[in-house]
Design a protein around this ligand. Structure first.
Ligand code: ADP
Ligand code: MG
Length: 537
């Protein structure tokens, strides 16, 4: 009995313990489940309200998708799973996406980020930035994609790039049109004057000179455009500022017109700077044009040059500058002047206060660019109604000044010597002959290499200089030169070529005594080369 009771008690205790254990276990599970539910709820809320789209792809099918993803793509889950998933990718991006998808599957723990385009259910193209990573989803391998819609920022970016491109093209086109209009104005103006003055020899020559000078600038412009398009550096050479100014003085005074009192005051002797002379001429023209426009009822315009030192006082006053010697070019007019507000903007491209068709707003922007390219400075002083002064400072180069070749164009001398011109192109031969004869020389012409040798033999004692085209029929210029040198070892020569320097080197034409002229030949260059060659010891 005692044992039976003990047994019952034990079993009862055991039973109660088990009951208690089960009860606590149930409670634990309940708590756990509630917590799980809570955390699941949290994740669900997160995913469902996320501003990112979330899609889990398993075996190329959508295993999970959040509402935002449905919203961005514009498809239902069903549509995506019945063939729309791959079709929603923009045809041009399909290949990349396929690569990214297979790459994601190959790697653990690597998030790949890439933009691509989708075609939405509403047939719109939208840009997506996707992050994809390999995951385990319900015991299967899948890809988790989290993405945002970046269409708006893409549009903005593209618009920005487009604006920039347009601005650059506009600036270039405007600049060219502006330059060409200046040149055409000169050509048309002098062409008309030429017609009006037929019969008046002296005037005609002057006008023709100006037309040719304008055409030369046009040629310069196109060649610098070509250089620009090949992204080559500008042609910076030791340049005598006073020489450049003197060479275009006549042209500038025509541009400015007769009712403005224009003068040039060159100071500082020889102002040698590293510069591209055609760019300097451009700057001079732009500043002169502005001065003219500022004085519709006449006035005074002075271009003056000097040598100045930029020192600490200057630097303190202007808050820019580097110590050293500078060529100072000043442009002073007695025109309408400017107020502070205008002055603050004048160097901006396209800023103009002039009427449509009159101003492009590129004049001073170009000047500024030129000055900066030569490491110089520009400043302006002006007051409304009291005129304007522009000052340009260009650094002087301190090399051996004597070695620097005098600027051409300043003064051309003719002569009375006899020159043999060997050139196969009739036009060019005739042109050179006329120019040289116009400047007092006697000219013997030859139409090919063989002819040149013959003509030399006939006039052996008179001819002092050869001008030979390098490429000619029968015998080349170089061959003719070598043959003629056998007859007169001291004969001087100038070669003409339409080819580049390296081609000429290939022809074996090198050496100190060789002078070369490239087509198209400028008259001043031809005359000064001829004079220099003849004067050489
Ligand atoms: P544009 O001459 O085509 O207007 P610029 O860049 O050459 O363009 O000049 C910009 C502006 O600067 C002019 O519209 C004018 O208002 C002002 N400006 C330039 N030079 C002078 C000057 N010498 N006198 C008065 N205003 C000037
Ligand atoms: Mg201007």
């Amino acid at each position: 009995m005692k044992y039976v009771l003990f047994g019952f008690l034990t079993v009862g205790f055991l039973f109660l313990s088990i009951l208690a254990w089960i009860w606590s276990l149930r409670k634990e599970v309940k708590i756990q489940t509630a917590e799980l539910k809570k955390s699941e709820e949290r994740y669900r809320l997160l995913v469902e309200n996320a501003s990112e789209g979330v899609i889990v792809v398993v075996n190329e099918k959508v295993a999970f998708i959040n509402p935002r993803a449905l919203q961005i793509t514009g498809y239902s889950e069903e549509e995506l799973n019945t063939g729309k998933l791959s079709k929603s990718i923009h045809p041009d991006d399909q290949n990349i996406i396929f690569d990214y998808y297979s790459n994601t599957l190959k790697r653990e723990d690597v998030v790949l980020q890439y933009p691509f385009r989708i075609i939405t259910g509403k047939d719109e193209t939208r840009w997506i930035l996707n992050n994809s990573v390999k995951i385990e989803w319900e015991k299967k391998t899948g890809v988790l994609n989290i993405f945002t819609d970046i269409t708006e920022s893409k549009k903005f970016e593209q618009q920005f790039l487009q604006t920039q491109k347009m601005e650059a093209i506009g600036q270039l086109a405007g600049g060219i049109a502006h330059d060409f209009n200046n040149i055409l104005t000169a050509i048309m103006g002098y062409g008309n004057l030429l017609k009006m003055n037929i019969g008046k020899e002296e005037a005609i020559v002057r006008y023709a000179d100006n037309i040719l000078a304008a055409a030369e600038r046009a040629a310069n412009l196109t060649s610098s455009l070509l250089t620009f398009s090949r992204k080559q550096a500008i042609d910076q050479q030791p340049t005598n500022i006073n020489g450049v100014i003197t060479s275009v003085e006549k042209l500038l005074s025509k541009l400015i017109g007769e009712n403005i009192d224009f003068s040039v005051k060159c100071g500082g002797d020889r102002l040698i700077v590293m510069a591209d002379s055609s760019q300097i001429i451009q700057a001079l023209m732009n500043l002169a044009t502005n001065a003219r426009d500022a004085m519709p009822r006449g006035g005074r315009f002075v271009i003056s040059t000097d040598i100045v030192e930029i020192d600490s006082v200057f630097i303190k006053k202007h808050a820019y500058g580097r110590n050293g010697l500078y060529a100072l070019i000043s442009f002073e007019d007695t025109g309408v002047g400017m107020d502070e507000k205008t002055m603050a903007r004048i160097f901006e491209p396209f800023f103009t206060t002039k009427d449509v068709g009159k101003g492009t707003g590129l004049g001073l922007a170009t000047v500024y660019g030129v000055v900066k390219q030569q490491n110089g400075y520009i400043n302006v002083k002006s007051e409304l109604g009291k005129g304007t002064t522009f000052n340009i400072y260009l650094p002087i180069i301190l090399s051996d000044l004597e070695e620097i070749k005098e600027q051409e164009n300043t003064c051309v001398n003719g002569g009375s010597e006899t020159i043999l011109v060997g050139e196969d192109e009739e036009d060019i031969r005739q042109f050179i002959k006329e120019i040289l004869e116009g400047y007092g020389y006697t000219v013997v012409v030859a139409s090919d290499g063989e002819d040149a040798i013959e003509k030399f033999k006939e006039n052996k004692h008179a001819i002092q200089l050869l001008i030979l085209d390098i490429i000619m029929p029968k015998k080349t210029g170089k061959y003719a030169y070598d043959e003629i040198r056998k007859l007169d070892s001291n004969i001087k020569a100038i070669f003409i070529s339409g080819y580049t320097a390296d081609f000429i080197q290939q022809q074996g034409i090198t050496g100190e005594k060789i002078r070369l002229l490239y087509k198209p030949i400028a008259i001043n260059t031809l005359l000064s080369e001829v004079r220099q060659a003849l004067d050489e010891k």
